[in-house]
Design a protein around this ligand. Structure first.
Ligand code: AVJ
Length: 312
């Protein structure tokens, strides 16, 4: 199940419909570009979730309802900007908790820890670098109740089967009474969604093409990124945003580590990312299908985004 980058690239670029996984966007460079995305005015997701966690921190923590020390484990913490408000509330209330942010980028983890400790010197924090599959094991062992955070609509990157697989994995590693706060981007006016992924400034394009640069660097390839373009569209019938890299000419790319040359046709697509949008009804099904009950939904004032609190 845990294939290497090289294996996944080989498989994806050998397929009839070429694809590369968005999970490989987040090397240190990619994590930095994603931070730029989160600051774009078009990328409403971050602002909406920031509003929820800022204005409803008390309601969320009251609803979580642990009346003893607990852990907060954040999967894919990134720069932790959104989570700051929730942590700030807890520290100010002198609530006893321990924060464990987990991310695959070492740089993101380091900058998160130092930024948080600067602003919240009393925060009990132990950042971990890693794939979150390995990190979940610790959950069940500990006696302490845990609140799992899976924010930012990261769940949107998973096809239905994979999303269920991942949530079941969370569920199996949680203790009875543990909670999951999951951030999900909601279906809304298609134009608003479209603009968040096909931005005029080309930052999302840079984010996608960085994956080709990563393949150049790590697998010894010779992608000329000026010969590729970016395209993304939202389908309101399915809720799927799908993103692609487009080959601007007939070209060959050699990847040394794979000892293989790949052909790209003029206008050929490489599918890179799914960013699925959900309705509240679909979120309820997602919870039920994987052994959770929804305790409460926290929405922003525009109803663009939900942080949904689930109980095992
Ligand atoms: C971090 C996976 C939630 O799908 O919206 C942002 C990544 N891709 N712009 C998303 C992303 C393009 C983002 N997630």
């Amino acid at each position: 199940m845990n294939k290497t980058f090289a294996q996944d690239v080989l498989e994806g670029l050998s397929a009839t419909n070429k694809h590369l996984s968005s999970k490989y966007f987040y090397d240190d460079n990619g994590s930095r570009i994603f931070q730029e995305i989160m600051h774009m005015p078009e990328y409403y997701l971050t602002d909406s979730e920031f509003e929820i966690l800022s204005l409803q921190a008390k309601q969320i923590i009251d609803s979580v309802g642990f009346n003893q020390p607990f852990n907060i484990i954040e999967l894919g913490a990134g720069d932790g900007f959104k989570t700051f408000k929730l942590l700030e509330y807890l520290v100010n209330q002198e609530i006893d908790f321990h924060y464990v942010p987990i991310d695959i980028s070492q740089e993101a983890i380091d900058s998160l820890s130092s930024k948080l400790l600067e602003r919240l010197p009393n925060l009990s924090i132990q950042a971990k670098r890693g794939d979150y599959f390995e990190m979940l094991q610790d959950l069940k062992q500990s006696e302490t109740p845990s609140l799992l955070l899976f924010l930012g609509s990261n769940i949107g990157n998973y096809l239905e089967d994979k999303a269920n697989e991942l949530l079941t994995l969370f569920q199996e590693n949680m203790k009875k009474g543990d909670k999951l706060l999951i951030g999900v981007d909601l279906k809304k006016n298609p134009l608003i969604i479209q603009k968040a992924y096909l931005d005029d400034g080309g930052i999302t394009k840079k984010f996608n093409l960085n994956l080709l640069l990563r393949i150049n660097r790590e697998l010894g390839a010779d992608f000329k990124i000026d010969d590729f373009e970016f395209y993304s569209y939202y389908n309101p019938d399915t809720g799927n945003v799908k993103s692609y890299i487009v080959s601007l000419r007939n070209q060959k790319v050699h990847i040394k580590t794979l000892d293989t040359t790949f052909d790209f046709r003029y206008d050929e697509l490489i599918w890179t990312e799914l960013s699925k949008k959900y309705s509240l009804e679909e979120i309820e099904k997602l919870a039920k299908n994987n052994g959770f009950s929804i305790q409460q939904n926290f929405l922003d004032c525009k109803h663009y985004f939900v942080d949904s609190l689930w109980e095992k």
